[in-house]
Design a protein around this ligand. Sequence first.
Ligand code: ADP
Length: 525
Amino acid sequence: MIAVRGLRTRLMVAYALFFAIFLTGLAAVFRARLESTLNTQKQDKLTEEWASLKGGYLRIDTGPEGSPVKGQNGANWIYDKDDPDEKTEVLDIQKVFLITDRNGNVILDIDTGDRQVSSAYESIGIDPPQVVRQRVQEALQFQRTLKPGSPGKAFWSERRGSDGVRYLVRSGVFFDEGRFESTVHIPYYVSIGISLGDSDKTLAQFTWVYVAVIPGALILGSFLGWVMAGRALTPVRDIARAAQRISGSNLSLRIPTRETGDELDYLILTFNRMIDRLESSFQQMKQFSADVSHELRTPITGIRGQLEVALFTAQTTDQYREAMFNALQDIDRLSQIVRALLLLSQAESGQVILQKSRIDLCEVGSDLVDQFQIPAEAAGVRLSADLPEECFIEGDRVQIERMITNLLSNALKFTPEGGEVRLRLSAAPEFVEIVVEDTGRGIATEHLPHIFDRFYRVPGSGTAPGPEQGLGLGLSFVAWIVKAHHGKIEVQSTPGKGTRFIIQLPAPGVGSDSMELAGEPAVGG
Ligand code: ADP
């Protein structure tokens, strides 16, 4: 649960961060665009004002009779004072303006004698004489033809007034009209500006709105993140809950898939498969404990019965001896079972270390067939061996002998008198094949998959419970030994006709070490 909550918080933080970064980025882009649009507007406006100034509103003329600048050059504003549009336009221009001579001295109005500089322009600072001279110089170089009205070089600058307001300023050079007829044209410095205060205010408002919106967006993002992460994680929580309900006694529970085919469904499927495997292992373990206690109970009951006979009913020495003998037989079987079980569990848990060496299987096979001749003759079964000259394998001699012994003894046990049992060996480049076949009672198809299980005996195997009955562990051993030697085992059987066990073991040098731990058996067939 803690982990799920942690994940949810992390997802929420990720959402919120994403929102914050996204919105901040968006705000930055919008602000930049807004700023550039506002700047362009101001520039256009100033360019327009400059054009109308140049186009006729302003001329530098010689002061006529009665003018405050009589005989000198002064600014001559020419516009229709009764036309509100023209008047507004000129007044707009005159809000921020400066007209000086080529040395930076402010000139006067031809009619009123007013200094041609507005107070707003004074607040941004009258251009120093050296700047004016420099600009005039540049303009003169730029302006080859000294025609009035021809475009001059424009200087753009951005300045700040004493009140902190920013101004966009455009400066340039005009030439006087009065002496146009003469060959000398005197340059004058004209500069007009426009306040950027309202643009700045708009930008500041925009910024403040954003600053106010971003925390809101963060809260919204976090909330959305929390809700969406919660929704996405609900199935995970369901899986965890279902997993908690599953216990050793409740392994049949499965988590239903949501049929969405997504990663979580895949997780559920994987989880269910794991539970399948666990269930089957649990089942095997349960079955095994039940089998073991059952197998042990039989001889223990036998021993108890014999001891009771000895204690309560036996009177003669022979009766005592017989009871003791029977009890000993049961004890033998008991220790046989315990020994076999111990060995098998050691083998299957990898505690038995195989002592592998190069062994001649033909020699082993021939020895074993010889050993089994006497019991075979006693049972009236013909036992034969079909062996090549030699066939070597890398293996643990003791275990290989145990494997063939188990198969031969089973074959003899389940083959009636007059039958036949045969051991065949053959060598191929990649493997050596061991075949044990008999003409016995065979195994019905439905039992074939189980004969390698521990304690499995085909029902009605004929051997009555007692000392002669098999333990049902022989083939489990065989399977483990084959697996430990990296081999394969297969069984073919026809009820009433016979059984054939086919084992293939890798030929020497075909993928195995000389000494290794044996794992769990895997069986084919
Ligand atoms: P057991 O010790 O009882 O023989 P195994 O594990 O060796 O146990 O064999 C399991 C069962 O497989 C036997 O009880 C028997 O029913 C069947 N079986 C094994 N080998 C043969 C065979 N050659 N012919 C018929 N049945 C066989």
